[in-house]
Write a protein that binds this ligand. Sequence first.
Ligand code: NAG
Length: 138
Amino acid sequence: MTRKMICLFSFVALLSFVELGLPVKPAEFETYPVKLSIINELTNDKASFTSSVTEGGVLFGVLNNLNGSNGFSYSYSVNNNFGLYLESVNGVAGSDNDHTYWELLTESEGRLTRLETGIGCYQPKKDEHIILRFTKWN
Ligand SMILES: *[C@@H]1O[C@H](CO)[C@@H](O)[C@H](O)[C@H]1NC(C)=O
């Protein structure tokens, strides 16, 4: 089980906004909704929320914009090599002893796909449905 917090080239990506012809002034960025669901596979608890993020922003922003309201809170830790790691959601934290962790998924037309990058790097699209799933690894 490798923790999915690999974050490649995010700094480079930020620097290349200008080269890509993307808007450079914050005011020119749109803020759009992102749907966020949490599923606890161990307890079967489920909840859905609507958050938002600024265009080009990352999942970390989606979590921050929702945190502390509507019964959603989370915490993260920082790994010196991999960056931000989702540690707990609503007080439920992964544990190496129990082999539990929060898996990051995106849902489209009922199909779930694992995110290849962590909360500090993944850039959700407008209206994307992100799922945080508390699960076990073998
Ligand atoms: C989320 O909000 C809670 C309380 O509202 C706070 O204790 C916690 O530090 C916040 N988490 C982050 C990652 O900012």
